[in-house]
Design a protein around this ligand. Structure first.
Ligand SMILES: [Fe+2]
Ligand SMILES: [Fe+2]
Length: 358
């Protein structure tokens, strides 16, 4: 088994900084290679959901989550080569929210790439977001790795253009978690053609890291933890030896391995989502390789947030979680079983009983 990345303390400049920070709603991703001289890191912050109230007032908790993540990212050592923001910067795509979020993010000392979230998109279809952060999808190369940023939150034209009396109504409908009036996300034909052409120029041995907002796999349609053309996108990625898809949107820990593609969700700075009951009740809605975690406490704003280390070196799921008020956990590919496993969780005698709902 390949070693997982070092502990959180190794990435902070000192214990004092760690103690002051408490909880860090960001992920630190290390890309490790056979030759350690090639290793590099990047940071990942996601799902800030900056929410405008009125005037200069914004929902304080969401502001605080992002501010803390930015501050901690600036303290990381070694310094990340760049920062990814995983989407849902704003709550309802408003100019005020995107501006306020951009202002908080501007304190980062690193180049930052942005992924489009549905909360950023469905008010003006990403127009203002694009003015602030650039193209809806793009790719770049960095130290031998090909990075792809997708807009995975598109949907059917009929839903986007013909169904709603106003842009605000469209945004509200897509913003609901379990709203039957929403519509499944997709990458879409045009972007898939772009992705294929982009990857045609890349050697199959080159590690590929794809950033999307929604999971590029079908997890739970009722909550749009779902991408409708996931299989088509996976087919484009399948020929590559090492592919990591890193996504936000689900505000919870998820991991999965499909062929050469490993899927890693990152946590949100705003709030954790619960695990849908359906994960447990109907196995087929969740890939069997994914282990649902115990439910976060909705009355504790920092529950289920923390540090997450993703080692893409293996081309397989290899993760370490340091969550607030929780023991550190490791999930890694087990060649013996052919699955990524959290051996602690999967040993029934060591499991913490699921939280009682009340
Ligand atoms: Fe979100
Ligand atoms: Fe989202």
């Amino acid at each position: 088994m390949n070693p997982i990345v070092p502990s959180r303390r190794d990435f902070l400049k000192g214990a004092a900084a760690a103690a002051a920070a408490g909880v860090v709603p960001m992920s630190f991703v290390k890309l490790a290679f056979a030759d350690p001289a090639q290793d590099f890191t990047f940071a990942y912050i996601s799902d800030a959901h900056i929410q405008h109230i009125s005037g200069s007032k914004f929902v304080r908790n969401w502001d605080r989550g992002l501010i803390r993540a930015v501050a901690e990212t600036n303290l990381l050592t070694p310094k990340p080569d760049f920062v990814m923001f995983g989407g849902d910067l704003g709550q309802l795509g408003m100019k005020e929210e995107l501006d306020h979020g951009a202002e908080i993010m501007s304190k980062l000392r690193y180049k930052t790439h942005y992924v489009m979230g549905e909360h950023d998109y469905y008010l003006d279809l990403g127009e203002y977001w694009s003015k602030l952060f650039g193209p809806h999808w793009h790719s770049f190369d960095h130290k031998g790795v090909h990075f792809v940023v997708l807009n995975s939150v598109l949907t059917y034209d009929e839903w986007t253009y013909n169904r709603w009396p106003s842009a605000e109504e469209r945004m509200l409908q897509m913003a609901g978690l379990d709203n039957p009036n929403g519509s499944p996300f997709m990458v879409g034909e045009k972007q898939r053609a772009w992705l294929k052409a982009d990857l045609d120029k890349v050697a199959k041995t080159t590690p590929v890291v794809v950033f999307s907002h929604s999971p590029l796999q079908k997890l739970y349609k009722g909550w749009n933890f779902w991408t409708d053309d996931a299989e088509e996108v996976q087919a484009i990625l399948a020929p590559f030896e090492k592919v990591n898809v890193i996504y936000g949107h689900v505000h919870q820990i998820q991991y999965n391995q499909v062929g050469n593609i490993s899927f890693n969700a990152v946590m949100a700075t705003a709030w954790p989502w619960p695990y849908p009951n359906t994960y447990a009740q109907a196995q087929h809605t969740m890939p069997v390789l994914t282990v649902p975690m115990n439910r976060a406490d909705p009355f504790f704003e920092r529950d289920a947030t923390g540090w997450q280390f993703i080692d893409v070196h293996t081309g397989r799921v290899a993760l370490k979680y340091n969550l607030y008020n929780n023991t550190a956990r490791t999930v890694a590919w087990n060649p013996a079983t052919g699955k990524p496993e959290d051996t602690v969780f999967q040993d029934p005698s060591k499991r913490v009983p699921p939280q009682v709902h009340y």
